[in-house]
Design a protein around this ligand. Sequence first.
Ligand SMILES: [Zn+2]
Length: 888
Amino acid sequence: MAETRTLKIGIHGRNDYNYPESDYQMVKRARIEAIKGMSYTGPQVYQRLQRDNQNLEVIIRLDWAERVNERGHPSPEEFRDRFVPVMNNLRSVTTKFEVLNEPNHSTRIGGWGPTRADAENFNAWFLRVYELLKAACPWALIGYPGLAIPHGDFPDGDLGWVEVTRSAVNRADWLCVHCYWQTPPGQPENAQNHLSDAWGLRFKAYHQKFPDKIIDITEFGNSNGQSGYTLADGDMARQYIEYYQELFKYPYLNSASAFIASSPDPTWNSQGFSWVRPDGSFRKVVEAVGDMPRPPLVPAAVEEEAFVDPETGRRIVGLFLRFYQKYGLDICGRPITDRFMENGMPSQYFQRIALEEYESGKARLKLVGSEALASRDTIKALREQIGQLSQGMGIIGPPPIQDITDSLPHHPTKQYGTRALDQITLISINHTATGPTITPQRIAEVQVNQQGRPGISYHYFIAADGTIYQTNALTTVSEHTGQFSPESVGIGFAGNFTTDIPTDAQLGSGGRLCAYLLQTLHLNLEAIKGASELIQTQSPGLQWLQGRRWKDTLLEQTRAALAAGGPAVDLESLRRRIAELEGEVAQQKAEIARLEAQIAVTPPPVVARPAIEDVTDKLPRHETLQYQSRSVDSIQILVMHHSAVPASVGVERIASYYVQNLQWPGIGFHYFITAEGRILQTNALTTVSYHAKDADPVSVGICLAGNFTDVMPPAQQLDAAAQLCTWLLQELKLPIEAIKGHKDYVVTQCPGNQWDGGSNWRQALLDKVKAIQASLAAVPVSPAAKPLEHYVLFWQYPDSWAQKDWEGAENYIGRFRPTCGFSLDDALRARYVTIIGGPLGVSTEVEQLLRQSGCIVERIAGADEAKTKKILDDLAKKGQRFLTIVPA
Ligand SMILES: [Zn+2]
């Protein structure tokens, strides 16, 4: 048995307003630790359960009782208006709320529907609902609902559906999963469906997709009864105990709730789900679960702080999030992947950079940019071609291809992922299932504008007249063959081949294209498949494998093209192309080195702590009442107030008003700023004082002395407020949007009409905070940290190098022993760089790059190699390392 566990033993509560007495007894007897309840159940039920059972966790499903479908889906605003009062009413028992239930079910039984379009619709709806609920109840944790399994139009059911809603799952605070299994009679003796990955342990597949999410299994059970099989009480008890014991092994599981305690609907009892029978007696499982061994409970790993990009829906966490917060959108661009494993390292791609965690807790930039990735792949392919050519092997040149990739419609925000060419193992043949005259332009329009795809699905499009169009780079992972898309090249043949087959011209071009791809990608004929051989689809038409069997024709044409070989390729032009591409890669590397150097030396800008006088212990406090306390991590908002009395009324008098007149534990605010700009601390940040109702637990109260109904705060007071706010934003790691007015949360005049109207001191405050932040960002960058002291850089080309200069530098090198070589990459890491020879060798661009990255650079170049040697020899003789530089 596991030594500790994170999993709480849960039960799905009765779907009713009230619970019968027997349900309360069952929860005690089974020693239930978590209950998943319905939003329409009365709060008194949960309050009693928590009184009776110490530490019982409550998770509430926000349930649209009359079913989502009957009047169409509720709008996000309707959903908010309905549930915010419910959530506030339940706040004393829980913070966790699951949004609806099994949305991938057909609309008939309360879902959104099983198709991709339904999933996309739900994704957008959930994101909006999340935003609205969080704005109204910042303390609440919003869960993505459990899906019906396996259910949906995708090859892998719920898992395909949830993938489409990835940004919703990422945004959610936690993830619900449903796990059901059946044990039909006549199954093999050893069938263990409750312990199989496809059924009882289906949550493992969700964890694979969303490894950072804490999972609550909000429904599980043996559903034999739904298919008319029986389940003996004893078997049920045994399976459920084995199941809970297995779940103890997964530290990302927080709870698992068996469906269902009891129900007013007798079906759930007759089908064998209910733990309590209608007569109040218990099934065997109750006693068995109550008596089973339980390792000590420890909390599930707290989910890491995360940022979800509003445009790409990708999620940034941990080390990469700290990097992103530090360097921002300008340097990184938006995240275009979630964190994933690449080359054995956690990695994440952004629009401008990519990061990898090469050691635990240490991140570095990796070489990227789609161009650089493509360049590396092309270099590899070209080198192989040169190798083959020099061995006298014939190679197949590409057939005429019109590259229209950039001119086709693309989605304004969505982007396909990318891949390396060696990930490709298949060529997937599709038909457009339209008339043969359809253009790639038209297909792309439909796929992007109507289906919301990032771009056209194919890599190549072959028109009826045999013209081949390239429509995506081979490194692009476009969606054309379901789960096989990442490893396949998609070729679309224009036409519908249900009864017809492609034209001779199309088949001829198709054969040449396939031959070229097979050779370039090192694949054999087996790699050519119809989409229908890989996934469930009609494409590329019934005539592919039956009737006129055009697969055979295409393979014949491919074989013929392979046998014919192709036009000879000019070796020299290949070499030139490689040199060009290597130049591009070198540029990228240099850019990375420059960014890394910048990162290594940029001191984190620090806002100085303003002068704060702590009067917390000197103010009047209530004799018996005390405020609750909190962790500073829970603070999300700074709430501004005015004292609403003349500024001459001091903090002492205000505090005693709260304590004596209002009977509060102490003054409501954390800080009080006098008209002269003195900042007083009046409560610890860890104190949950009263000043903004629902926002109290997550906010800091800052009060400016005075009444700002008709006038705005004086300059020195506003300056002090700006300094305090800027410092707090830094210390609490909050964005500037965290600065709010009291009236943003509660119906009140505070902090005065001039806050957001009239002289608008809200804007004045924000402008001052921004100005302080900007002045910090402008801190000058100190010289880059450079591991090498002095590098002497010589030029080289693929076919020649600075041999004479190298020989001429012999005395100089012998005298000063610098690091020498031809690598820009290495030179970038040196404090001083000596370039030998004129700009026809090492170019002025490279020189410029070195200077930009913080190197101190000197070029030594005579009129010819002999003159250069003379300069170097003179320096060596004089013992002077540099011509013009005076070393520090
Ligand atoms: Zn106020």
